[in-house]
Design a binder for this molecule. Structure first.
Ligand code: ADP
Ligand code: UDP
Length: 237
């Protein structure tokens, strides 16, 4: 597989073309941003951890019947993925109140829901990724009705799989963000990444935050937290 030109540089990853029009290479950076890019920093070693973690979790999800973009890990920071046209929705699944949910609805962080919730944001940096519902997504032609149904079904399955897996690692899966995309034949697959950048992960015993909230909220020990969840994951996968 030959790496060709850089197509895109995002906040956390770079995307490269390959000699196969259906395949891309993603390269994970140590750059960290929060609050729609307002806060910037570096988490040393993050790219290596997120690449490996995302790949291990996507392979596990494939086995559970979720189609993903994962093809092959190429190096510590680089992965070959199926090229998709990203559905411009950030899909957020929550098991426990935290972050923007707690703020918006005035619910204390840590309140456990009776059943998981799902919500969508319009993936649009200029607009600040505004929250929207399915009718808005349809009106804006962001996805079809069938695609939204598929995305919801996959997202709840991903939640059940990841929740059970993280529980074995002594980690509570609080919430997470997924992105989906369409292959050239229209098939919807899970894309982007699953990592401590995109999930809230709390130590099951102590409640300690082991994710990007340590960076967002200046809690310190950011690198150690990423290393700790990675260590627990590799011990159980
Ligand atoms: P952002 O664009 O939010 O700054 P990243 O730095 O993570 O995010 O950049 C990676 C970009 O690549 C994202 O826009 C993401 O939607 C996109 N992407 C992820 N997986 C794929 C894929 N398989 N095919 C095409 N684009 C993808
Ligand atoms: N999230 C993400 N990217 C975003 C917004 C949210 O990966 O652009 C993840 C975040 O890490 C958390 C979940 O989605 O695991 C829910 O985030 P929330 O809506 O509470 O927003 P935040 O508090 O991060 O602003």
């Amino acid at each position: 597989m030959e790496k060709r030109e850089q197509l895109y540089e995002g906040k956390a990853k770079k995307v490269f073309a390959t000699d196969d029009p259906e395949l891309l290479i993603v390269s994970y950076k140590d750059d960290a941003t929060a609050f729609n890019g307002l806060k910037k920093g570096t988490i040393v070693g993050k790219g290596v951890i997120n690449n490996k973690m995302s790949n291990l979790l996507m392979q596990r999800l494939e086995k559970a019947g979720i189609p993903t973009h994962y093809v092959e890990e190429l190096s510590e920071r680089e992965t070959l993925v199926k090229k998709v046209s990203i559905v411009p929705l950030e899909v957020i699944v929550r098991n426990i109140a935290a972050g923007s949910f707690s703020k918006r609805y005035g619910v204390e962080e840590g309140v456990v829901f009776d059943s998981p919730t799902i919500e969508f944001s319009y993936k649009n940096d200029e607009l600040g990724d505004p929250l929207l519902d399915e009718y808005h997504a349809l009106a804006l032609h962001l996805a079809t009705f069938e695609e939204i149904e598929t995305i919801k079904k996959y997202s709840f399955t991903v939640n059940e799989q990841l929740k059970a897996f993280w529980r074995e690692c002594g980690v509570t899966l609080v919430d997470f963000k997924l992105e989906f995309g369409r292959l050239s034949d229209g098939t919807v697959v899970l894309a982007d990444e699953i990592s401590p950048d995109t999930c809230r992960l709390w130590d099951s015993k102590t409640g300690e935050k082991l994710d990007k909230d340590r960076f967002r909220r200046d809690l310190g020990g950011v690198e150690d937290a990423y290393a700790e969840v990675m260590k627990r994951l590799t011990a159980h996968i």
